[in-house]
Every structure is written in structure tokens, then in C-alpha cells.
Design a protein around this ligand. Structure first.
Ligand code: SF4
Ligand code: SF4
Length: 408
């Protein structure tokens, strides 16, 4: 059996939840109907059960897998809905990452560049002004028209960039009420440039309830994109643990559920350091709810808001109810869950870039649910899902932006 797999199983037996071997799947099929790719293709090859069989070949039986098996495994969006219904408590996400790390081929030059950009903050800072010039240049329309971006596999990536913020955030933001403590904000790799409004909303809310917010500039990507694509995330994980553990703060808060899910499952060679990091890690919704002052009122709103629940929030963090509880602090607002929230929207981190056809079909299903909701606004706690689902007719924003906008 593979050494890395052995170690992961041993570690889980000592400290974490029970993680069965891939070969322990009972083939009961309870996971089948929860799988978004089964919804699309309606064939057994596109079920978690069949993928677990392929993973078992890789991790347990040391057997080669066919191109077809590899193709169907790669089609997985990594939503982990299957984990929530499996009676064997199959740790599908972890098993998938371990299997993919074994057979992942050397990434192509574009993928290598993307990994480097995610890893390296100074590279990203240098790229931002060039990106801003490109976005202002008017080149987008002709390039889209001749289909060059699509040919280069950049069409979906280009749609994500919006108007990037070029400057870094400040390293600290003082409380605007009587000071109650200090927290650190996890911003990760791209949020500072592309999801600045959410981070500023988080800071505004935390300052309003009496917390100073630190934004350590040495922090980096959570490592999810690397880990889920067969690359090592060890350097990124160790860096974040060291940066945040060195701070004198009451909590480390994340705003994007995709990053939060990865951070909450950090494992490192230094177990004690990883545990300390996870002990102080909290989702910002849970923190705001716990520390919300009795006398802090938000302005009323008559908006009809539909809530999209990202898979990382539903299936891993499992705290989607905190979003509803926090939004209810806006009196007179109407809040409804989006229909079929249990089905992945297709964004899936980098999945929308690597599998544009599958993700486009899943997005279409989600957009039908959004249309049926007839909401003024859709909120989603994951930046990737929000950008992926937004369109000219539908605005999808982070719930924190809505909440911060209602501060008096
Ligand atoms: S629900 Fe779990 S045990 Fe049943 S087939 Fe799916 S992965 Fe296997
Ligand atoms: S993670 Fe999601 S897409 Fe992948 S097998 Fe499980 S339910 Fe299907």
C-alpha cells in the first residue's frame, strides 16, 4: 500500500474522524442520487460509488486504471455531497486527493504558470497593473469575438477577473466601537485583488462590533487548488500555520467557504502547530453571531434575498444556518434558500476552468433555480461560486456585503 496513504490513515486513527480505506465501500449506492455528475450523465461511471472503486484500485490494490476510468474520476467536481450521505463515512475528498496526487501527470505550461501565480504574491502584484491595462484597453471584445481566449482555455478565467484592486490591504484596521479584542483575517491568494469588497465588508463589521482586524501580509493561498489538483500544498500550509500562529489574536477568521474548508482540514508535520491553528480558526459568520452586541441594530431592508449554499459550506464546514441567522439581523428582509441547494453549481474551484462543458450545464440548472426564486439578490459565501453564477440579469454577492451595507 502507498506510504502516504498509510500515514494518512494512521494519523486519522490517532486524532481525526474514522477514514475508511477506499476498498471498504459497501457499494450500497446511497451516494448516487446526490452526485451532480450522475444528474448530468445518468450513468454508473459518473457516480461516487464507481469513483471509489477507481480510487481503491489506485490506493489499495496498486492496479493500473484505464483512460476511461481516469476520465470519469476527473469529472468529479469535488463537491463532497457524497460524503454527507455515506453510511460508511467514506472520506471521499481526502481519498480523491491522495489518488490524484499519485497519478497526476506533470501540469502543462499554462497550469504551471497558474500554480506559480497562486503561490507567489510578488508575481501577482506585478501582474495586476498589466491585467488592469488589458481590462481598460478594450481588447476583450475582439479577442472574445475571434474565439482566441476560448482556444487558449482562458475564456472562463478571463470572465472571473472583474476590476482587480491593485493595492494591498492595510495590515491592521482599528475597532470603531469600544475595543473587545483582536482578530486576524485570512485573505488567501486572490481575494485581496478580486474580492476586495467582501474583505472590506468583513473588516467593517468586525470593527463595528469592537474588534481590531489584522491582515498579515505574509499569509498566502490556503492550498486548496494545489491539493485538489494533485500538487503539493505543504509549503503553503506550513507558511499559513506559521504566520497566523505567531499572532496574538483571539481568532483567525475566513470569509470564503472554499478556503475555510481547506483551512479547517489542515494537516502538517508539526501536529501541535496545526492543532493550535485550527483551534483559533473560525468562520466569520459564527464569530459575528457569537459576539454580536445586543445594542447593534442594522437598517431595515425590503429586499427579497435567495441564499446559495456553496458545497464547501454545506458539506465540509456544515454551518450554512449561520448565514440565515446573521441575515435575520436585518429586520423586514425576506430570506429564502435557493431550490436544490444540495446540488453543486459547477464552479468547483478550478473545475469551471478545466471542465467548462460540465460546469456550464450545472450552472444552467442553478440559474433556472435562481430564475424561479425571483429574488432581488442572490448571496453566496464562496467567491468562485458567486462570480460563476452572476450574469447580466442576476447579481450574486457575498452575504457580508449585504450585512455591512446595513450598518447605521
Ligand atoms: S454511500 Fe458510501 S458505502 Fe455506499 S456506495 Fe456510496 S461510497 Fe460506497
Ligand atoms: S464529490 Fe461530488 S461530484 Fe464527486 S463523486 Fe462525490 S458527489 Fe459526485
Amino acid at each position: 500500500m502507498d506510504m502516504e496513504y498509510d500515514q494518512a490513515v494512521d494519523a486519522s486513527e490517532q486524532t481525526g474522524p474514522y477514514i475508511p480505506e477506499a476498498g471498504e465501500c459497501m457499494r450500497c449506492g446511497q451516494c448516487v442520487s446526490s452526485c451532480p455528475t450522475f444528474r448530468l450523465f445518468q450513468i454508473d461511471e459518473e457516480t461516487p460509488r464507481r469513483r471509489i472503486r477507481t480510487i481503491s484500485k489506485v490506493l489499495v490494490e496498486n492496479l493500473p486504471i484505464s483512460d476511461d476510468e481516469r476520465h470519469h474520476l476527473d469529472n468529479c467536481t469535488q463537491c463532497r455531497a457524497c460524503e454527507t450521505v455515506c453510511p460508511s463515512r467514506m472520506a471521499y475528498g481526502q481519498l480523491f486527493d491522495l489518488a490524484r496526487a499519485q497519478f497526476q501527470a506533470e501540469p502543462g505550461s499554462l497550469a504551471k504558470l497558474a500554480f506559480k501565480l497562486i503561490e507567489n504574491k510578488s508575481w501577482r502584484r506585478r501582474l495586476m497593473p498589466l491585467l488592469a491595462i488589458y481590462l481598460k484597453s478594450g481588447l476583450q471584445k475582439p479577442l472574445r469575438r475571434i474565439g482566441l481566449l476560448k482556444k487558449l482555455g482562458l475564456a472562463e478565467a478571463e470572465a472571473l477577473v472583474g476590476n482587480p484592486a491593485l493595492q494591498a490591504l492595510a495590515t491592521s484596521y482599528s475597532a470603531r466601537a469600544a475595543m473587545r479584542g483582536r482578530v486576524a483575517l485570512f485573505t488567501g491568494c486572490i481575494a485581496e485583488h478580486f474580492d476586495r469588497d467582501t474583505l472590506l465588508a468583513a473588516i467593517k463589521l468586525l470593527n463595528a462590533i469592537g474588534y481590531e482586524v489584522l491582515v498579515p501580509p505574509q499569509q498566502g493561498c490556503c492550498g486548496a487548488i494545489h491539493q485538489h489538483n494533485g500538487q503539493s500544498a505543504v509549503g503553503l500550509i506550513n507558511n499559513n500555520i506559521a504566520v497566523f500562529n505567531a499572532l496574538d489574536v483571539d481568532a483567525v477568521l475566513h470569509t470564503a467557504s472554499g478556503c475555510g474548508a481547506m483551512l479547517s482540514e489542515y494537516q502538517a508535520d508539526d501536529d501541535a502547530a496545526a492543532e493550535l491553528f485550527k483551534q483559533r480558526l473560525q468562520d466569520i459568520y459564527d464569530f459575528l453571531l457569537k459576539h454580536w452586541p445586543d445594542d447593534l441594530q442594522l437598517m431595515d431592508s425590503t429586499l427579497n434575498v435567495a441564499v446559495h449554499e456553496p458545497c464547501s459550506q454545506r458539506n465540509i464546514l456544515k454551518n450554512q444556518q449561520s448565514v440565515y441567522a446573521l441575515l435575520q439581523k436585518i429586520s423586514t428582509i425576506s430570506i429564502t434558500p435557493l431550490a436544490d441547494n444540495q446540488v453543486c453549481c459547477g464552479a468547483g474551484g478550478s473545475y469551471m476552468l478545466t471542465h467548462p462543458d460540465n460546469s456550464g450545464q450545472l450552472r444552467e440548472l442553478k440559474r433556472q433555480a435562481i430564475g424561479a426564486a425571483q429574488a432581488d439578490l442572490v448571496v453566496s459565501s464562496n467567491f468562485g461560486c458567486a462570480v460563476f453564477l452572476s450574469s447580466d440579469s442576476v447579481r450574486v454577492a457575498h452575504p457580508l456585503i449585504l450585512l455591512a451595507g446595513q450598518l447605521q
